[in-house]
Design a protein around this ligand. Structure first.
Ligand code: GDP
Ligand code: MG
Length: 175
């Protein structure tokens, strides 16, 4: 959506309960502005000469029941999928979240809709005892028309800013 010379992009964050969605967004708490049913935080970024505001929506735990209302999805400009690199099941469910997003948000060009995948909690086992390798995750992304992939740690604030910069760029590129 274009508001004068500012870009406002709606970003929604999906993934199984417990993968760290809320923790990732809490990195941006200082810019917290409002609550409308579901919570969102805002993050402002300068990209080229544009001021871009990400409005990042979080669930309030309803993801457990896959019962997020249509208003949550409506008008999304980018969908961030999150899994926990230490729990295989959260990786397998990505497929469901991907499909559910496309069904609910119903974007005009589903095959070109921007997604970004985050493999979170890369701190937990120091990478030695992971359930899902980076290679496996990247292969899944390649099958989905090259979804950008980031390994993150909300706990250590690792790669989170980089990931959301990519979210903004990916969403802008598909405007
Ligand atoms: P959500 O259900 O997806 O919103 O997940 P939460 O953000 O509530 O996080 C679930 C649990 O995982 C909490 O105990 C967090 O402290 C923890 N957590 C979240 N992100 C990380 C991370 O990057 N590393 C580690 N070690 N723990 C995390
Ligand atoms: Mg949460």
């Amino acid at each position: 959506m274009l508001i004068s010379d500012r870009m406002l992009l709606k970003v929604i964050v999906l993934g199984d309960s417990g993968v760290g969605k809320t923790s990732l967004m809490n990195q941006f708490n200082k810019q917290y502005k409002a609550t409308i049913g579901a919570d969102f935080v805002t993050k402002e970024l300068h990209i080229d000469d544009k001021l871009v505001t990400l409005q990042i929506w979080d669930t309030a735990g309803q993801e457990r029941f896959h019962s997020l209302g249509v208003a949550f999805y409506r008008g999304a400009d980018c969908c961030v999928l999150v899994y926990d690199v230490n729990i295989q099941k959260t990786f397998e469910t990505l497929q469901t979240w991907h499909e559910e997003f496309l069904k609910q948000a119903d974007p005009s060009e589903p095959e070109n809709f921007p997604f970004v995948l985050l493999g979170n909690k890369v701190d937990t086992n120091g990478g030695t005892d992971r359930a899902v390798s980076e290679k496996t995750a990247r292969e899944w992304c390649a099958l989905k028309r090259n979804i950008p992939y980031f390994e993150t740690s909300a706990k250590e604030n690792y790669n989170v800013d980089e990931a959301f910069l990519c979210v903004a760029k990916t969403a802008l590129a598909s405007e």
